[in-house]
Ligand binder design. Structure first.
Ligand code: GDP
Length: 360
């Protein structure tokens, strides 16, 4: 499944953040068939539209889209040279679709920094370097074999060119996600290598509560990672928010000047980084969000509910969430001509409210 791997140096607040995330766990209630491991947390994508749909349709429950996070331990300075548990982190991180680095930006002198000083820029560089070194080792190891193969099979030439291009970028200290497109390196040919730096990155800056509204400070941090996305939070506050009843949590949130918990922002931005979107279904039983890749067709979207829906797809009755809300009910939306019948070539849009017609 699509997971976001959480990495970061020791003592930056990873566990604090991860524990807060997993207390948010929606898996137990709504995804009983998923197997879950201790380092995996499955949380619900915050989506205000579901509550409104549930109200309109009198749905008994709300099932948000799941987003998985995996806590990737052991990525420390020198990991690629065998420090700590060495490359043990690789197995976990390979399966992640995006990488989220937690960066310490809080000052607390009682919490030791592994490198002796709080420096977000240095920490980002350290983690980046380890990932780049890991990829460099991977490419170095296979390059001679690929070059030999290409002498026998012409069709492998493009793969060798991609590997050589990747090697050059990595050797220059550039992640493949950041540099491959501009350098004309086709990393899609290197899928078998499971390179880490081809994955999209996002960043969580763990800041002091007092800095949460310091726009100049946050802009400085944002500039370190742009164009990658940055989320700012105080992990300690987030872990307190999770333990409070809703009204008290709201009070604490307001006292920090925030309108939305940092965790919710992280889940949303993480979900977007994965290149995914949701469509919605609603009825008396449930109002639910379903995850599809951007660009999915209507039958592909149906297949997410059940493979039979895709196989027997006839058409989809679709209204955009906004049109449905503006009309006030499904029948009013139909009367206003806002409900469309779409066929098998229809490309789904985020927020489509859908009912599929299919043969079984
Ligand atoms: P990890 O090693 O990255 O998993 O870091 P932990 O989550 O275990 O945090 C290390 C220490 O820093 C713990 O004592 C936490 O209580 C503390 N800590 C984590 N987040 C914050 C924060 O936002 N502010 C402060 N002051 N301390 C924090």
């Amino acid at each position: 499944s699509l997971t976001i791997g959480i990495v970061g140096l020791p003592n930056v607040g990873k566990s604090t953040l991860f524990n807060a995330l997993t207390k948010n766990d929606v898996l137990a209630a709504n995804y009983p068939f998923a197997t879950i491991e201790p380092n995996v947390g499955v949380v619900g994508l915050p989506d205000e539209r579901l509550g409104k749909l549930a109200e309109l349709f009198g749905s008994e429950k709300i099932i948000p889209a799941p987003v998985s996070f995996v806590d990737i331990a052991g990525l420390v300075r020198g990991a690629s040279k065998g420090q700590g548990r060495g490359n043990a982190f690789l197995a976990n991180i390979r399966d992640a679709s995006a990488i989220c680095q937690v960066v310490r930006a809080f000052s607390d002198p009682n919490v030791l920094h592994v490198d002796g000083k709080v420096s977000p820029a240095d920490d980002i560089e350290t983690i980046n370097t380890e990932l780049i070194l890991a990829d460099l080792q991977t490419v170095e190891k296979v390059l001679p074999r690929l070059q030999k193969e290409a002498k026998l099979k012409k069709e492998r030439a493009a793969t060798v060119a991609a590997a050589e291009g990747a090697f050059k970028l990595l050797n220059d200290g550039i992640t493949l996600h950041a540099g491959a497109a501009a350098a004309g390196v086709d990393v899609s040919l290197l899928g078998e290598l499971h390179l880490l730096t081809t994955k999209p990155f996002l960043y969580v800056f763990n800041v002091d509560e007092a800095e949460l509204n310091n726009a100049a400070f946050l802009d400085e941090l944002r500039a370190l990672v742009a164009p990658a996305e940055a989320v700012f939070m105080d992990a300690k506050i987030e872990s307190e928010l999770i333990d409070l009843p809703p009204d008290e949590a709201q009070e604490l949130l307001e006292s920090t000047g925030q309108t939305e918990p940092g965790l919710d922002q992280l889940i949303r931005i993480g979900f977007n980084t994965l290149g995914l979107q949701t469509y919605l279904t609603a009825g008396p039983k449930e109002a639910r969000a379903w995850v599809i890749p951007t660009g999915a067709t209507a039958p592909e979207a149906a297949g997410v509910i059940h493979s039979d829906f895709q196989r027997g797809f006839i058409k989809a009755e679709i209204v955009s969430f906004d049109d449905l809300m503006a009309a006030g009910s499904m029948s009013a939306a139909k009367a206003a001509g806002k409900v469309r019948m779409e066929g098998k070539d229809y490309i789904m849009k985020d927020g489509d409210v859908v009912e599929f017609r299919f043969n079984v």
